[in-house]
Design a protein around this ligand. Structure first.
Ligand code: SF4
Length: 439
């Protein structure tokens, strides 16, 4: 009899890729993916605790499974990821949702198979959280779900301790995979027909630090030198470690996309200091200048936080002016989310919700205006799109250009995984619409 699994993923790209590793484990055990929890024999919640709303969202969804579990007693419910990895949260989850069968953290995802087999032999819940990160597991066999795109972890964890961020507490200290493993993975993905590879880490720029291995620019260039037509991206970069050497490597390798995500978080020096970001506004702008010197057409994206403790109106206006000065091609904007256990959570001067709301609305308007005006510049141009997917509702295919801009177009045949020339006819905010250029 066929057995089915369903995974719900919260949070960032890192988690999306970790869900592919979970899918690999489940498929090894004979489970097949299904779209709804009702049909599943095992349901996994791969949680995120970076922002309060992601955490609450997970609690809400786990809570909704209570009724289903009451009638489908053999269904296994597993909760993993960084939510249970926080101190005390696994017990809290167990108390709040006693019908959850397996609780595991970020450091022991690779042992999920063992926990499932254990649970099948015992009545009581399997709760396994490992405090320390341990050695990097090279045995993962992810079941990739995003063809033609593929992600490769190059580092795990983070040493930076930005004062608002829970990541170093739930993902441990920074560890780099050996370059030979990364290189072999990239080579095999390209041989399997993947067309875009994204190297992942909390701070890819510090890859290899403290080891005798390659530096990040060396690793990137080595992968870019592989044969075949493919694109290479990386995320995320910490501005303090972003080097001129990296800008030069991007400039001299066509396969590395001219698209860099460089999270600035704030344009105010006092807020950056309180965030423990270890760069000033001036430092950041100098990095941007260097990047643009070597890669003049580079599309730069960023992350921005408003409402950090003690952020004044002037601090916020400094962020607004930095956004104008850099001309980001797009930006992810967030209201500061207080996370227990971080340094910022203990700071006085938490900003009232209505002030943060007003600031985020003004910031989003500015960011959208930038994005719209940059999208408009595409109209009439022909761009190379890597087709990634088909949108049923729109009856159109979609994909991105090397700068990360999304474009929709019609095609009478399936072109997912192909590089397609598209003439852009209109721009709709962040996305573009065009026609395939034949021949
Ligand atoms: S660099 Fe800062 S924001 Fe990014 S994961 Fe590390 S601590 Fe968090």
């Amino acid at each position: 009899m066929e057995k089915y699994y369903h995974i719900t993923t919260y949070g960032c790209q890192m988690n999306v890729h970790e869900s592919e590793k979970i899918a690999g484990i489940l498929s090894d055990l004979g489970y097949i993916a299904c779209d709804d929890m009702e049909s599943a024999d095992i349901v996994v919640f791969n949680t995120c605790c970076i922002r309060e709303n992601a955490e609450n969202h997970a609690y809400g969804n786990i809570g909704m499974l209570k009724k289903l579990k009451a009638v489908k007693k053999d269904m296994i419910i597993a909760v993993g990821g960084c939510l249970p990895q926080q101190i005390g949260k696994a017990d809290l989850l167990h108390k709040k949702f006693p019908y959850v069968d397996i609780i595991f953290g970020t450091h022991n995802l690779n042992k999920l198979k063992e926990y499932i087999l254990k649970k099948q032999q015992q009545k009581k819940a399997v709760i396994q959280i490992e405090e320390s990160e341990g050695a990097i597991c090279e045995e993962d066999r992810p079941l990739r779900t995003s063809y033609p795109n593929a992600w490769i972890n190059i580092t795990y964890g983070c040493n930076n301790f930005c004062s608002y961020c829970i990541v170093p507490y739930v993902r441990g200290r920074e560890r780099s995979r050996r370059s030979e493993h990364i290189f072999a993975e990239a080579k095999s993905l390209i041989a399997d027909g993947y067309k875009e590879i994204t190297l992942l880490g909390q701070n890819v720029n510090s890859y290899g630090n403290g080891t005798d291995d390659l530096t990040f620019p060396q690793l990137l260039e080595k992968i870019a030198n592989l044969d075949g037509k493919f694109r290479l991206r990386f995320m995320t970069s910490h501005p303090k470690d972003f080097s001129e050497e990296l800008s030069k490597v991007i400039a001299r390798n066509d396969k590395i996309c001219n698209n860099v995500h460089l999270p600035v978080q704030s344009g105010s020096d006092s807020v950056l200091k309180a965030m423990n970001r270890r760069y000033t506004r001036k430092d950041y702008l100098e990095k941007i200048e260097l990047l643009k010197k070597h890669v003049p057409d580079c599309a730069i994206t960023t992350d921005l936080i408003v409402g950090f403790p003690n952020e004044t109106e002037q601090d916020f206006l400094d962020t607004m002016s930095l956004v104008k000065e850099v001309g980001f091609s797009s930006a992810f904007t967030f209201v500061y989310s207080r996370r227990d256990g971080t340094v910022a959570a203990k700071m006085d001067g938490q900003i009232p919700e209505e002030v943060s709301k007003d600031r985020i609305m003004r910031l989003v308007e500015l960011v959208n205006e930038n994005t719209r005006s940059q999208s408009l510049k595409y109209v009439g141009k022909t761009v190379e799109i890597l087709c990634e997917d088909y949108d049923k509702k729109k009856d159109m295919y979609l994909g991105r250009d090397e700068y990360g801009r999304m474009a929709y177009f019609k095609s009478d045949k399936n072109v997912i995984g192909e590089f397609i020339k598209v003439k852009i006819n209109s721009a709709n905010g962040i996305s573009l619409v065009g026609d395939i250029i034949k021949g």
